[in-house]
Design a protein around this ligand. Structure first.
Ligand SMILES: Cc1ncc(COP(=O)(O)O)c(C=O)c1O
Length: 337
């Protein structure tokens, strides 16, 4: 057995046994690759990704379920999004079967690192980079795809206690017609300064507005945004600058089809937060996390007395119960390892 303190897992990197590595030349197909020991890699300082940020990644989770199985949650959606991201960044388009097969191989080889049932999950990080050396701004001639895994617990240190978020109009996450709708590594470097400033002020994360009008809410730095209002769940529609989250899609389906709550994908204005019964955010890492305070221009609005509301709780529990095989996986979201 591996020596890991399962009771105190945070969202950090724990080295594991192995990782997957494949390379591909431009204008070629992803078709070879295999497992290598987990460890550092070597790159030219002129590698495209290090200079021009030609890279995309994914985040997937594997769970040890109540039935004792190890399962992947909706990995086909991550594979499709990786194909979309790579295409937009001029990286050879990721083959979805190749992606799923590679994820499966890494998880199988690192199965001992999947936390015991109910004590976290194995976070899987597929990432692809332009790795050939070059100095002119152009797509790389060679690409490297890697997948590493690490056991994780809650994303936020405060666990599932409601988050305190700041709406910023000082910074934008993504421009219209930009790359906000793909999982480009550069999107996250742009979010670090606003996030660090917000944390210094005591907030957990930032809520971004649309860059064109600064009126409607787009998303949280690394999660999608939801409100529960007038008996309906509402989430910003995928305008082109929002990342289409796998959890966002799962929450919409769970709400509509399992819980019988209507869902609207629509514009959400800042003032809508004041008229919301519940506010939450969603993502692979955060799952479903309540938002208890939202601050804009120095004014703080407290939602549901800063506690997790019943709808947020129900949705969170339903998603977790599916992931853990505690209720029926009616949509075939689980892939057994
Ligand atoms: C910017 C952004 N939005 C939304 C999400 C949620 O996406 P998913 O549910 O696929 O993890 C993430 C996390 O991956 C993200 O980084």
């Amino acid at each position: 057995m591996v020596d890991i303190d399962w009771d105190n897992l945070g969202f950090d990197v724990t080295p594991t046994k192995s990782m997957f590595r494949a390379t591909c030349l431009e204008n070629s197909k992803w078709e070879h690759g295999g497992l290598i020991p987990f460890g550092n890699i070597e790159l030219s300082p002129a590698a495209n990704v290090l200079n021009y940020g030609q890279g995309a990644f994914e985040g997937v989770k594997a769970f040890r379920t109540a039935k004792g199985n190890v399962v992947l949650f909706r990995v086909d959606k991550n594979a499709a999004r990786m194909a979309f991201s790579t295409k937009r960044l001029c990286i050879p388009e990721m083959d979805t079967d190749f992606f799923i097969d590679a994820v499966t191989k890494v998880v199988k080889d690192n199965i001992e690192y999947v936390p015991p049932h109910g004590q976290g999950s194995l976070y899987i990080r597929p990432v692809v980079w332009g790795t050939s050396a070059g100095i002119g701004v152009k797509p790389a001639s060679e690409y490297t795809f890697m997948i590493f895994v690490t056991p994780v617990g809650p994303y936020f240190k405060k666990g599932i206690n409601p988050l305190s978020l700041k709406i910023t109009s000082q910074f934008h996450r993504a421009a219209p017609k930009g790359i906000g709708n793909i999982k480009a590594i550069g999107n996250y470097s742009a979010s670090l300064y606003p996030l660090t400033e917000a944390k210094k002020e005591g907030f957990d994360e930032v809520i971004y507005l649309d860059a064109a009008r600064e009126e409607i809410i787009e998303e949280v730095g690394s999660a999608n945004f939801f409100i529960f209002q007038d008996g309906k769940i509402k989430t910003p529609s995928l305008s082109g600058s929002i990342l289409g989250g796998v959890t966002r899609d799962s929450v919409c389906l769970v709400a509509r089809e399992i819980l019988g709550i209507s869902v609207e994908e629509t514009d959400i204005y800042i003032k809508d937060i004041e008229n919301s019964d519940e506010v939450f955010c969603t993502g692979t890492a955060v799952v479903v996390c309540p938002i208890g305070r939202v601050t804009f221009k120095g004014k703080t609005h407290v939602i549901n007395k800063n506690t997790m509301g019943p709808i947020t709780k129900k949705i969170r529990e339903t998603i977790l119960s599916i992931q853990n095989e505690e209720i029926k996986d009616t949509h075939n979201w689980l892939r057994h390892i």
